[in-house]
Every structure is written in C-alpha cells, then in structure tokens.
Design a binder for this molecule. Structure first.
Ligand code: NAI
Length: 795
C-alpha cells in the first residue's frame, strides 16, 4: 500500500475527470491530468506558429479543461490558485509519468474496449503499490480488468463519483472479486477523511446502487406522466420537496444531468436486463426525439425546459411531450399540494401524499410504491444491506430519505398490504419480515438485515459523537439555545441548537458560562454542533423587534453582552476551538475569530455579511478581522497600515463570503493557527484533539496589546472608494451611510494615523455605530426583508 496518496493521476479530462482532479487539488494533492493527444493543429494554433510538438498543442485537451474548471459553476476549485496543482499530460508522450503516482483514476469515455486497453497500458508503467480505479457509471468492474494480472486486480476497484464531485458526497466503491481488503480499507479511509466523501460499498451490477434505483425512479416518473395527463411542470411540482427529493424534482434534474448522459446510463441497465425491467429502461419516444433534436438539457439551454423572454422578462417554458413544442407553464396547485405545504416533516408529508383519494395522490403512490418494491427486489443484487441503499440515495441523489426509510415513514405493514392490492410483487424477504412480526426497517441506531433476519448496528466511525445520547447522559447545563456536554478526556462541547443556530441572548449566556466552566474544571472547550450550517448570525428578529419598539437601551445592552461574550472566548485561560462548517455568517464569524483555533470544513462559507441588513458587525468582528489582517503582514517590515485597513473595510463593506475554507484563508478569516478539515463528521473530534494539544503545550491566551490604527486620514482614504462607487451610481445613499460608519470604526475614529488604541475603545465606537444604524428606517427595512424573504434588500 502507498503510505499516503501524495500524487495522483486522473485519465480523461472531460466532465468528471477534470472535476475529480480539481477535488484532489483542493486537498493539496498534486495531480497529473491526462487526455488524448490531438492529431491536427487548429487554425488558431497554426496562425500562432505552433506545431504538433508544442506543449500547448500536445496537451490542448487538458489545458482547455483546466481553464474551464476556473469558470464552471458551481465551482469545482476551492480557489482558482489550486489549479496550479494540476499538470497537463497526454497519453501518447507522458504515459510513463503514471509511474510517479500513488493513485490512478480512470475517467475516460464509457466504452468497455477503451477502458480495457487503457488498463493494459497502465499495468506496464505503474508503481507496484499504486492503486488504480475506474469512475465508470455502471460497466462491469470485473470485466474491465479480466485480462490484467492478479496483482493488478488486488489493487483495483471502481470508485464511482457523482456529478458535481466536489459537492455530491457519495462515492460508490465497487470491488472486483480479487480486490484486497487492504486496498479497500486504505481507500475508504482516504476517501472519507481526505476527500470528505461518504463511501458506500456496491456490488458489481449494472449501474451499481444509486444510478440503478435513481434511473428507475426517473424513467418510471416519465412513463407515469404520459399516462396521467400531467404536464412536465406539474410533475416537477409533485416530485420535488413534497416527497423528499431535491427541488429540481424530475425534469429539472434530468436537464441538469443532460438527457444524453442519462440515456447512456439507462442503456447500461437496458443491455443487461430483460422483460419488464428492460422495457422500463427503454426511454419513451419523446425523450429520444428530444435528444435527436439536440435538446439535451441545460448545457445547450434546451431540454425539458427552455428559458425565453416575454415582455422583456425571462420566462420558463416546458416541453409538451406530444408536440415537442415549448409552452408556458402554469403553477400546479391542488388540495394535496396546499395541504402538504403546511407539513414540515417529511414523515407527515409523505404518509399524507400517498394516501388520498385524488388523482395526484394516486400518481405519487404509483411512483413511490414501485420504487420501494424495485429497491427491495434488487437489494441483494446491488448492495450488502438496506442501509447502503438508503445512504446512497441520500448522498448521491439528494433524497431526504432513502427508500427503506420512506417505507418506514409511510408505515411498513399498511404499505405492504396496499402494494399487494395494487398488484405489486413484494419479494419474499419482505413477506418473511411480516411473518417474523418485524414491522420496521430501522429502530434505535439499527437496521434490519434480511440475511440474519435480525437487526444490525448502523456502522459508526470512531470519531463520531452521538450528541442526542450525550445530551441525555453527559449534559452539564444548557438552555434553549445551547447545551454544554462532556465529550470525554476533560473537554467540553458547547453545542448550539437554537433555530438555525442563530445567536440570541440564550446562546451568549451559554458562551459565557461554558468558558467559565471550562476554565474552572476542564482542559478546554469546543464550540460546534452537527447541524447543516454552523451559524447564520445573530438573531435578527430579536434586534428588529427591539428597534421597532424604540428599545435602544436594550439593544445597547445586547450588543455589549455580545462583545463581552466574544471577549470571553478570546481571553479564556483554556483553549477554545470552534468547529465551523457550511454557512458561517455574521455573528457566526464573530464567534469564530476570537477562538484559539478554528477547525473549518472545506465547505465553509464565511462572511461578515451585516451590511446586507444595513448594519455593521457589532460583536467585535471589525476589530478581530482587522487584527487578523494585521497579523498576516506583521513579518513584512514595509507593511502599510492603510492597506490592512482597506482590506478589512472592503471585505466587510462588500459582505464578502468565502466560497470555500481555502478562500476564507485568502480573506484572512482563517489563519495559520486554524485547520481545514475535509471530513465534516470529524470536526468535533479533531477540534477536541486540538484543545488537548494546545492545553498540553501550556496554552496562554493572547495578550491585550494596543492596536495601531489609521485614524482620520485613513478614514478619508477608505471612504474615497465608497464615494466614487456612489457617484457612479453603483451603491445607494444608504450603502454610503453604512460605509461611513464602518470606515470610522476600522480607522479607529478621530485620532492621528499610527495612534495605538485600546481594543475597548474600538468596541465602544463599533457599538455606537451599530446603534445609530439600527435606528435607520432603511436598515429596519433591510432586516425585515431578510427575515421575510431570506434575501438582502438593496435600498
Ligand atoms: P466526457 O465525455 O466528458 O469525457 C471523457 C474524456 O475521455 C474526454 O475528455 C475524451 O477526450 C477522453 N477520451 C475519449 N476517448 C479516449 C480514449 N480512447 N482514451 C483516453 N481518453 C479518451 O465523459 P464524462 O462524463 O467525464 O465521463 C467519464 C467517465 O465517468 C465515464 O466512464 C462515465 O460513465 C463516468 N461518469 C460520468 C458521470 C457524469 O455525470 N457525466 C457521473 C459519474 C461517472
């Protein structure tokens, strides 16, 4: 086995290959990206005097792919600079260079002979320990390497990523019959911990797990639509969030995937099945005709949907399957959609949606019951257990719940009875479950295993914390906003659980008490949780209500408490480590910056976004970001204080949010003392380990040093930029007002340039500025708009 994967190669720089290479580059792995060597010069190359031997020509395919990566949305690269880790190679001249790498991923066209030929070539040049894998969507893994040596097969497996590979968590691992356990374990640990993915072991069957079930579900929906009289947009209204599928539902998903790609994937199953199943994997004629017409989805701007203009406004048209004409859509509304809209939990929604006596409910019952039956019929062919199928559908297709979880939600027994009444063939293992009086697939951390006919524990990683259990057994204290939990080794975790993890007085109170408790009786404190986003900011509703009731004294108190709580984190005598992930905005950033260390998931979107709601940071965020920017240039003897102030001002004024933890580093939200974590599930454990290391190394909080500021002249410089934007009409009067307040705070008020001020002074002028803005009607409008629409208002 390689000790570590230091260098990798990806072969095929198309849609998937290039993005997988970007994923590797994001984690810092140097990657050789290969594709075919062009046989002819383009007219442009000829004009430039290039020859077939020029680097730019030989590696044209890959070089273009790398450029495309920098523009693609959603961005595959954490920052554009990561592309430097990608090296363009071609399969004719550089094949030997495959001998430099520890992992080779094949992502060339989905054609068996091409893949087989490539593996024969790879075998001759790869290092003995190098692992080789294929990203095939569904071709036989065994067949692909049947002519390779046993040694090669032992280090070979399918690693099936999902598009877009940076954002979709699932990687299906498909071992061949000779893949060694060592290879599987090593790759699993690497893929989970370093690439931050969820690995599911799939069997070597056509299209593996997620594509087998997912493609079935999508094709079934298209065919049921044809029978139902529902339109394309009606079906999307019914098959998205309502039933726990992504918002893009059926047809928008197909447009994003590309009809051509989708038909190709469906054909793999078609080629390997027969009878009724095969018939289903033969896409309806109208889909074939769309592809013939080139309407293959979003990449060409036309598929099931097409954007158009009407009266100067952009409108969306949907295809009529009978005429293939694009028609205006109408919003689908029925008793079922209006009733389910009120239901927050999927369990309630789904149980209701399939049990009504209306046509749309029957349509949904048909879809869902068939998918559940299909998953249960195919289970043993595609996976080891039901849990793997559920995880694959959630992490690869974005379903809120997998088929067996859905089945439990609707009710196991009544579903089986109704399936039989509908003429569906339920497999014998399900009947046996009924016979054994087992009436659910899941119970308390376990799933039903049809082989042993009993329940088996859901696998848990060593680094996993069961917070629900800790809350019951190891809670030290807590309130509505957060709890302090003992997570072992004398470390405590402050876990936020307020709505959307927003910061209200309850959370602030918990910060203060948690730090004091850690200082008194523990080795340190971790602040994190296991929700979707770390923290979307302060509780805006609380501030708006106070402002609308003219309770400015109360707001001042709240801001004061906020600032003091953040200072508690900064000056805690025991290390405080924040574990951040997802949206970490406003107050969420202010809470992170004073920590001894931030452990941020790669997908952390950090930003002081207060200007979007007409405010500036009020919890010390201005000073903290300024200090971080200052620290970053401290070793440069020629550093310019004004530039430090400008950078801080621009980042906050523009409400810049990082698109990754790497970008947060560029913005100095993250620094050298912080860490980027790739496996979100490891954040709490890794944060705890850092607390322990810091404490062992005799942790001391930062000293309270006077801060050099740019003062009055620096204030004018900062404002100049904002004023020119205002003159050019690019920012509003209110934007300018906010910019003035912000510049004043960052400049350190009315003092001469280079004055050293105490941090309390900056906090005081920050509080004053915040208070004056909160009283502005336009700021209140912005806050209200954000609360109601979740979008910023430009006024
Ligand atoms: P693509 O068509 O975008 O890229 C394929 C690349 O292979 C091209 O850059 C092409 O120049 C290169 N190529 C063609 N013939 C070759 C040959 N004889 N030798 C070496 N390279 C050659 O295809 P895409 O979509 O990136 O798919 C690549 C693999 O990933 C396929 O096996 C596909 O089934 C699989 N896959 C695709 C997904 C998708 O959503 N597109 C999702 C998951 C897996």
């Amino acid at each position: 086995m390689p000790v570590q994967i230091r260098k990798a190669a990806v072969i095929g720089s198309g849609v998937m290959g290039a993005q997988i290479a970007a994923l590797l580059a994001n984690t810092g792995i140097q990657t050789l990206l290969f594709d075919l060597k062009p046989q002819e010069l383009t007219a442009k190359e000829e004009k430039q005097g290039l020859t077939l031997k020029s680097h730019a020509v030989k590696n044209r395919v890959v070089l273009e792919a790398i450029e495309k990566l920098k523009k693609l949305k959603p961005a595959p690269l954490g920052t554009k600079e990561q592309a430097k880790l990608l090296e363009a190679c071609n399969l004719t001249d550089d094949l030997r260079r495959l001998g430099e790498v520890d992992w080779i991923i094949e992502a060339v066209v989905e054609k068996m002979p091409v893949k087989k030929e490539l593996f024969a070539k790879i075998e001759k040049v790869k290092k003995p320990h190098c692992i080789v894998s294929s990203n095939t969507s569904g071709l036989s893994i065994e067949g692909m390497v049947e002519e390779c040596s046993d040694e090669f097969k032992a280090k070979f497996l399918g690693t099936h990523f999902f598009n877009p590979p940076r954002y979709l968590k699932l990687v299906e691992f498909i071992p061949n019959t000779q893949t060694s356990d060592e290879t599987l374990q090593f790759m699993r640990a690497f893929t989970e911990q370093r690439l931050g993915k969820t690995v599911v072991i799939a069997k070597d069957s056509p299209n593996f797990i997620a594509n087998r079930i997912g493609t079935y579900g999508l094709l079934l929906t298209v065919q049921e639509m044809e029978k139902s009289g529902l339109s394309v947009s009606d079906v999307d209204a019914l098959t998205g969030k309502l039933i726990g599928r992504p918002k893009s539902a059926t047809f928008r998903t197909l447009d994003v995937v590309g009809l051509d790609t989708f038909m190709h994937v469906a054909k793999t199953v078609y080629d390997h099945t027969e009878g009724e199943e095969q018939a289903l994997f033969d896409p309806p004629n109208f889909m074939k005709r769309l592809v013939e017409n080139g309407a293959i989805g979003q990449k060409v701007g036309k598929g099931f949907y097409q954007k158009n203009k009407k009266d100067g406004k952009s409108i969306i048209l949907a295809v009529n399957p009978e005429t293939l004409e694009y028609e205006e859509t109408t919003k689908y509304q029925s008793e079922l959609t209006s009733q389910t809209k009120q239901m927050k939990s999927l369990r309630k929604r789904i149980a209701f949606a399939v049990s009504q006596n209306t046509d749309d409910s029957k349509f949904l019952w048909n879809l869902i019951s068939n998918v559940l039956v299909y998953a249960s019929q195919k289970k043993d062919e595609i996976a080891d257990d039901i849990y793997s199928i559920d995880v694959a559908m959630k992490t690869g297709f974005g379903w809120e719940a997998g088929p067996f979880e859905l089945w439990d939600m609707i009710g196991f027994e009544q579903t089986v009875t109704k399936m039989k009444e509908s003429g569906l063939e339920v497999p014998t293992w399900i009947d046996k479950m009924k016979g054994n009086n087992v009436s659910q697939f899941y119970r308390d951390g376990q799933y039903y295993d049809n082989h042993s006919e009993g329940y088996v524990d859901i696998p848990k990683k060593d680094s996993y914390y069961n917070l629900a259990l800790l809350r019951k057994e190891k809670k030290i204290f807590g309130n509505d906003g957060a709890s302090l939990l003992d997570i072992g080794d004398d470390v405590v975790l402050m876990e936020m659980h307020s709505p959307n993890q927003s910061i209200g007085l309850d959370v602030l109170d918990m910060i203060r008490r948690s730090v004091e408790e850690a200082e008194k009786s523990y080795r340190g404190l971790v602040i994190s949780h296991q929700g979707k986003n770390f923290c979307v900011g302060a509780n805006l509703m609380m501030i708006l209500l106070e402002a609308q009731s003219d309770n400015y004294e109360d707001i001042e108190d709240i801001i004061h408490i906020f600032q003091q709580s953040m200072a508690k984190i900064r000056y805690s005598s025991k290390p405080v480590v924040v574990g951040a992930f997802g949206m970490t905005l406003g107050g969420g950033v202010e809470m992170s910056l004073p920590a001894a260390s931030i452990h941020a998931d790669f997908e952390t979107y950090m930003g002081l976004v207060e200007t979007g709601v007409g405010l500036i940071p009020g919890g010390g965020g201005n000073k903290e970001l300024y200090l971080r920017n200052l620290k970053n240039v401290a070793t440069d003897v020629n550093f310019d204080l004004q530039q430090v102030a400008n950078k801080t001002f621009e980042t906050i004024a523009m409400a810049t949010v990082s698109t990754s933890a790497l970008e947060a580093k560029k913005l100095n939200y993250l620094g050298d003392q912080d860490a980027i974590i790739f496996d979100k599930e490891e954040i709490i454990e890794r944060s705890k380990q850092t607390v322990l290391t810091l404490e062992k190394n005799h942790y001391l909080p930062p000293t309270r040093d006077p801060i050099p500021v740019v003062g009055e002249s620096g204030y004018a410089t900062m404002l100049l930029g904002a004023k020119s934007l205002h003159w050019a009409g690019r920012i509003s009067d209110h934007d300018l007002k906010i910019a003035e307040k912000l510049a004043f705070v960052i400049a350190g008020g009315r003092v001469p340039k280079g004055t050293f001020v105490d941090e309390q002074y900056i906090l005081d002028i920050e509080r004053e500025a915040f208070l004056s803005l909160v009283g502005e009607p336009k700021t209140q409008q912005r806050m209200q708009h954000m609360l109601m629409t979740k979008r910023p208002l430009r006024n």
